[in-house]
Write a protein that binds this ligand. Structure first.
Ligand code: NAD
Length: 335
């Protein structure tokens, strides 16, 4: 299968590309290698992929319609996974335009490109942050997500709405995956595990928001990639719950799905830090701080829908996943 993967130099996209190549798919990676975090890390991920047979790469932005159209027309993908986005909740407070450019304009360009080329299936990254101020745990896809508390979350919710209209109007099969705090080797330098590791090894104090009391459904990257591939392979048909006498958005004829993809095992931040300390063999000096604006107190994924439809079954406990991250970090940075 020919799969176009946007964000292929990113954390999840590079792991996904590797796994697709390993099973014999052809992959076109598409990424603008933007400087949101150290582009050398993105380049290093890419350097692993470039020699692989079946991999090609385009360095361009989703907003560049000419480059995107050329990529689609020269590679002729059958399926598309859109992971390229401006990520990060806190960054969205001060840099709102980056989210509109990449996540709204860029996503529209992807939808248009897919629509006009009759792409078999578009899978795209949504986020657990869409649940926002929702306090009902675990989060289920049926729960209302009308109260995102950051522009990042709003842009991801907007993606789901935009995908719905394209599925509905143009019969484009789309599946949104709401990722829950993904971690693992080659992870993102702006995320807690990476930040904490760097600071603990440097003997600096770590900032622990919400006094470490909040819980996160930390999900190991291999489990995420397994779920993305299972999802990609299963093209959605019309929603079986559709009632023709009640054509409301909730009961749509569109080949449209949204799923949670998480670990289904929330862990308190303080416990996550303890596991990291054990793996590093060092204690962290904790700088306890209040909850940050835009952050949600707890996340917990109900993954029953994805498990039912694809057999998704996350299997990596944090003790194993954090150890693998630390091993990678020490080797990559030589510390
Ligand atoms: P990442 O930042 O490592 O990867 C995103 C990649 O997309 C980067 O390499 C970046 O250069 C590229 N990119 C960004 N904007 C672009 C644009 N306009 N045009 C072309 N390329 C662009 O992030 P990640 O952690 O791998 O996340 C992948 C996706 O999953 C993102 O959509 C993110 O919002 C979503 N997500 C991630 C998490 C997580 O915990 N990592 C949680 C929820 C959702």
């Amino acid at each position: 299968m020919r799969v176009l993967v946007t964000g292929a130099a990113g954390f999840i996209g590079s792991h996904l590309s590797e796994r697709l190549l390993a099973r014999g798919d052809e992959v076109l990676g598409y990424d603008n290698l933007n400087p949101y975090y150290d582009p050398r890390l993105k380049q290093a991920r890419l350097d692993k992929l470039l020699p692989r047979e079946g991999f090609r790469f385009v360095n361009a932005a989703l907003e560049d319609r000419t480059a995107l159209d050329q990529a689609f027309d020269s590679f002729r993908p059958q399926r598309v996974v859109n992971l390229a986005a401006q990520a990060g909740v806190r960054y969205s407070l001060e840099n709102p335009h980056a989210y509109i450019d990449s996540n709204i304009v860029g996503f529209l360009n992807i939808l248009e490109a897919c629509r006009h080329r009759h792409i078999e299936h578009l899978v795209y990254a949504s986020s657990s942050s869409v649940y926002g101020a929702n306090r009902k745990l675990p989060f289920a896809v049926e729960d209302s997500v009308d109260h995102p508390v950051s522009l990042y979350a709003a842009s991801k919710k907007a993606n789901e709405l935009m995908a719905h209209t394209y599925s509905h109007l143009f019969n484009l099969p789309t599946t949104g995956l709401r990722f829950f705090t993904v971690y693992g080797p080659w992870g993102r330098p702006d995320m807690a595990l990476f930040l904490f590791t760097r600071k603990i090894l440097a003997g600096e104090p770590i900032d622990v928001f919400n006094h470490g009391k909040h819980t996160r459904d930390f999900t190991y990257v291999d489990d995420i990639v397994e779920g993305v591939i299972r999802t990609l392979d299963r093209v959605p048909g019309p929603d079986p719950g559709y009632d023709p006498l009640d054509p409301s958005p909730a009961t749509s004829t569109a080949p449209y799905r949204v799923y949670n993809i998480g670990n289904n095992q929330p862990v308190q931040l303080l416990r996550y830090i303890e596991v990291l300390e054990e793996c590093l063999g060092r204690k962290a000096e904790r700088n306890l701080l209040p909850l940050q604006p835009g952050d949600v107190p707890d996340t917990y994924a109900d993954v029953s829908a994805l498990s039912r439809d694809t057999g998704y079954a996350p299997s990596t406990p944090i003790e194993v996943g954090v150890r693998r991250f630390v091993d990678w970090y020490r080797e990559f940075y030589g510390v």
